[in-house]
Design a protein around this ligand. Structure first.
Ligand code: PMP
Length: 408
């Protein structure tokens, strides 16, 4: 695989299309990423050649499907440096992973216990915990963020205490682009014997992530944000934890012995995968990981950092443009949220769409953070490795044009 970034774009058929008669410039990668033909082909190859249910049959097709499905699990395990593939549970995505956890961990949380979150969480790392807290009468506590959009570590240390049973926070903010110090935060939480859960939806696609280094207890992410298809995601858990947990879903595939009144569960990871899984999704995710690894996650990280610096330097020169999030770009992913004075983010996103440029506008599933920033919405640019500096130039031109149109 080459790191000729221009050449890589050829693998993404959608990047050839036009929008409103302009070449598409896709900068909404935090919402979902585009798919290379290698991923699309892996999925159609499955349906055309060995479509079958997994585990259930002794016939050849089922054996082949099971093999490739399990190979994908191994690829995920290797990609995030899990100790073994049994620590990888396939889910529908980050939201599903966190929902499962919040249900399964109900037995670990009692009335009066605390669940520690931060003000930069995506709704999918808030609402499942609200549900759990209401059910068991636990208390939700939120860690403040600093003026430049980082987790306030002093506040984090102060709010961690003996009552803290669960700490759940994002690795990378989907709004501010902040990269959080997961290793340090995990160590502090473990000193208080809390369970650590990390939302890795915006991290795993963009830089190397290593479960052994981070030492978190659980980690969740989505396939569609890392070149894979929608409908497949991952819940990583340390084996010793997963073995103890009761599943959240019940039915076929997850049992060992079924009796009239009660049943026993299969061993990991099947215990947590009730019913027919998203087989083609897992296969697509495996192909996405192959693709990312062929480029190299370190290369992707460096390239995105480069693009970010290029973008940021141009954005700060635009009068009336306020950027939210860390000013130190070392703690920053390729996600940049901003507002242009006098223009509603939805109007801006619509104006850019007329130029073929896709960015996001709204609260980005972060209403608590919007309130902290004292805004109702932001515009958000989110880069991936297939974006180019020429696209950034065109974006900047379109922003200037929109500004002239709306403000003059
Ligand atoms: N957490 C973060 C930080 C996200 O950015 C997203 C997706 N926007 C999610 C969770 C939810 O991911 P999904 O919709 O794939 O479940």
């Amino acid at each position: 695989m080459t790191t000729n970034w221009e050449k890589i774009r050829i693998d993404f058929p959608i990047l050839n299309r036009t929008v409103n008669d302009q070449p598409l410039i896709y900068m909404d990668n935090a919402a979902t990423t585009q798919k290379p033909k290698q991923v699309i082909q892996a999925i159609s190859h499955f349906y055309e050649n060995y479509n079958s249910n997994v585990y259930r049959g002794v016939h050849t097709l089922s054996g082949e499907a099971t093999q490739v499905y399990e190979d994908s699990r191994q690829k995920v395990a290797n990609f995030i440096h899990a100790r073994q593939k049994e620590e990888i549970i396939f889910t529908k995505g980050t939201t599903a992973s966190i929902n499962h956890l919040a249900q399964m961990l109900a037995s670990e949380v009692a009335a009066g216990d605390e669940i520690l979150l931060t003000y930069m969480e995506h709704h999918s790392n808030i609402i499942p915990w609200q549900q759990l807290a209401q059910k068991v009468k636990a208390k939700l506590v939120y860690v403040d963020i600093t003026d430049d959009g980082k987790i306030n570590l002093e506040d984090y240390k102060n709010k961690l205490n003996k009552k803290t049973k669960i700490v759940s926070f994002t690795h990378v903010s989907n709004i501010l682009g902040t990269i959080n110090p997961v290793q340090e935060m995990t160590k502090l939480a473990h000193e208080k014997k809390a369970i650590v859960i990390v939302d890795g939806a915006q991290a795993v696609p963009h830089f190397p992530v290593n479960m052994q280094e981070l030492n978190v207890d659980y980690y969740a992410f989505s396939g569609h944000k890392m070149l894979g298809p929608t409908g497949i995601g991952v819940l990583y858990g340390k084996k010793e934890w997963l073995e103890k947990l009761e599943p959240a879903e019940f039915g076929g595939e997850m049992i060992e012995l079924v009796k009239e009144e009660e049943s026993t569960w299969a061993s990991l990871p099947n215990k947590f995968e009730a019913g027919t899984p998203d087989i083609s999704g897992a296969i697509g995710l495996g192909a996405a990981i192959d693709y990312l690894e062929a480029i190299g996650m370190e290369n992707i990280k460096k390239h995105e950092e480069d693009l970010l610096v290029y973008l940021y330097k141009k954005l700060i020169k635009i009068d009336g443009l306020e950027i939210y999030g860390p000013r130190n770009l070392q703690d920053h992913s390729g996600v940049v949220s901003f507002n242009l004075q006098g223009i509603h983010p939805h109007d801006l996103a619509t104006a850019l769409d007329l130029e073929g440029i896709a960015i996001r506008a709204g609260h980005h599933c972060g209403q608590l953070l919007m309130r902290q920033l004292d805004v109702v919405a932001t515009s958000r640019i989110s880069l991936y490795f297939y974006n180019t500096k020429e696209e950034v130039d065109q974006l900047i031109q379109a922003l200037e044009k929109a500004k002239e149109f709306f403000i003059s």
